[in-house]
Design a protein around this ligand. Structure first.
Ligand code: HXC
Length: 270
C-alpha cells in the first residue's frame, strides 16, 4: 500500500491501523501551510484506499504529534504574522477543508493527544472521531491572546463537543485546561497515564473495530456526522437513507447470514 510520503508527516501502517504523526517538533508541530497540504494529500490517499478493489488497507487512523511535547501547538504563528486578510481567509478555508476531509474518510480517526493541543491543534483534534489524551495533554483555544479567533472550526465543533457555555468560556479566556478537565467536559473520551499507554489504547480500540464490516463502520460515521445538528426528522431521513445503503452491500448479506448459520462473519468490504 502506497499512501505517499510527506515532508511533515510520518506514516506507519501496521495491522490495518495507520499512525499519522505530524512531525515538526522544532515548532511544536504547528500547522504550517506545508502541514495542511500534506494532511490534505495523506487523507485523500487514505480515502482513495477505502475500497474493496484497493483492499481496504487502512481500517483506522491514529493522528498524533512528534517530539513528546505537543500534539499540535496551533496554526503557525510565524507564517500567519505576515498574512493579509485574504491570505488568512484562504488559509482558514484550506485547513477547514482538511477537517471536513477527516470527517469524510470512511474509517475512524482517533486523535491521540500528548502535550499541547492549542488553537488549530485543538481544532484538528476536534475534527477526529474522538480524542484520547495522555495525562500530559493540555487543551485550549488561545487565539484571543493573539488578536485572533478560531479559524479551523473551533467555534463550531467545540460547542458541539462540550456545549455552548464551556466552549464560550474556553474561547473568550484563551485558558488552557488539563486532561482531567478535558475528560470532565467530554472533550476527550479517555485519559491514559503515558504516551505509550495512550497509543496502545487507541490501537486497541481501532483493533476492535478493524474486523467489523468496513462499509458499515463508514456508513455509521457518515450518518452520525451528517445528522449531527439537524432537526431530528431530517437526521432520521439521513439515517434511513444510509440504512438502505447498507442493504446494497455483500457484507450485510454475509453478516446476517453468518449470524443465522451460527458462524463468525468474514467481511470483504464490498
Ligand atoms: C509557530 C510555534 C508555535 C506556533 C510554538 N512554536 N508554537 N511556532 N507557531 N503555534 C515554536 C516556538 O516559537 C519555539 O520556537 C518552539 O516552537 C518551542 O516553543 P516554546 O514557546 O519555546 O515552548 P514553551 O515555552 O514550552 O511553550 C509552549 C507553548 C508556547 C505554551 C505551547 O509555544 C505557545 O504558547 N505556543 C503558541 C500556542 C498558540 O497560541 N497557538 C494558537 C495559534 S493560533 P523557537 O524557534 O523559539 O525554538 C491558531 C489559530 C487557528 O491556531 C486558526 C487559523 C485559521
Amino acid at each position: 500500500t502506497d499512501l505517499g510520503s510527506y515532508a511533515t508527516l510520518e506514516l506507519d501502517l501496521t495491522d490495518g491501523i495507520l499512525t499519522l504523526t505530524v512531525n515538526r517538533p522544532q515548532a511544536l508541530n504547528a500547522l504550517s501551510q506545508q502541514v495542511i497540504s500534506d494532511l490534505w494529500k495523506a487523507f485523500t490517499a487514505i480515502e482513495d484506499s477505502c475500497t474493496h478493489d484497493a483492499g481496504w488497507p487502512v481500517r483506522g487512523v491514529i493522528l498524533t504529534g512528534a517530539g513528546g511535547k505537543a500534539f499540535v501547538a496551533g496554526a503557525d504563528i510565524r507564517e500567519m504574522a505576515s498574512m493579509e486578510p485574504d491570505d488568512a481567509a484562504e488559509y482558514a478555508r484550506s485547513a477547514q477543508g482538511v477537517t471536513l476531509l477527516i470527517e469524510k474518510v470512511p474509517v475512524p480517526v482517533i486523535a491521540a493527544v500528548d502535550g499541547f493541543a492549542l488553537g488549530g491543534g485543538c481544532e484538528l483534534a476536534l475534527a477526529c472521531d474522538f480524542i484520547y489524551a495522555s495525562e500530559a495533554a493540555q487543551f485550549g483555544q488561545p487565539e484571543v491572546n493573539l488578536g485572533l479567533v478560531p479559524g479551523f472550526g473551533g467555534s463550531v465543533r467545540l460547542p458541539q463537543r462540550v456545549g455552548l457555555g464551556p466552549a464560550r468560556e474556553l474561547i473568550y479566556t484563551g485558558r488552557r485546561i488539563d486532561a482531567a478537565e478535558a475528560l470532565r467536559l467530554g472533550l476527550v473520551n479517555r485519559v491514559l497515564p503515558t504516551r505509550q499507554e495512550l497509543l496502545a489504547a487507541a490501537r486497541a480500540t481501532l483493533g476492535e473495530i478493524a474486523p467489523k464490516a468496513p462499509l458499515a463502520v463508514g456508513l455509521a460515521k457518515q450518518s452520525i456526522t451528517g445528522a449531527y445538528g439537524l432537526h431530528t426528522g431530517q437526521g432520521l431521513e439521513i439515517e434511513a437513507g444510509l440504512f438502505r445503503e447498507a442493504f446494497t452491500t455483500e457484507d450485510m448479506r454475509e453478516g446476517t447470514t453468518a449470524f443465522l448459520e451460527k458462524r463468525k462473519a468474514s467481511f470483504a468490504g464490498k
